[in-house]
Design a protein. Sequence first.
Length: 177
Amino acid sequence: MLNQKMVDALNGQMSNEFYSAYLYLSMSAASAAMGLKGAANWFMVQYQEEMVHFMKFYNYVLSQGGAVTLAAVKAPPSAFKSLLDMFEQTLKHEQFITKCINELSDLALKEKDHATAVLLQWYVTEQVEEEANDNDVLARLRLVGKDGNGLFMLDKDLATRIFTPPPATAAGGAPAA
Ligand code: FEO
């Protein structure tokens, strides 16, 4: 059972996850416009992952009898200087999300809400992976610098990223039966 404080905090994080999806969709479009098809794919996969993060909270709140309250989502930026700029903004945004997840975990422990604390452990692990992925691409982008061939090769690599849908469970992609 969720208390109202926890429901409100989880609804707030749902907005953050939805905004993340929106941000990466915008970056996917900007990458495509730059002729970077691989980067467009990478950000499209990231958009799909963010929707999974959103739905996981959504299904959890519903399954625990809480009210899902959807808030307005602000418009993401649509103009970016370069792919490096996009990945720098991505890492900064993910560091913010990590801070939000940590604060939610603190709240769950303070409220003695162990079920939510367990759910949030999944997000803690996910954030470690997300920041590692961003740091990896950023490091390679900095190595490449202004070398067009290097960027071409990196873009080819970003094209190989694949979205893996989560298993359909109450806490995953599909609503509980
Ligand atoms: Fe859902 Fe990228 O954090």
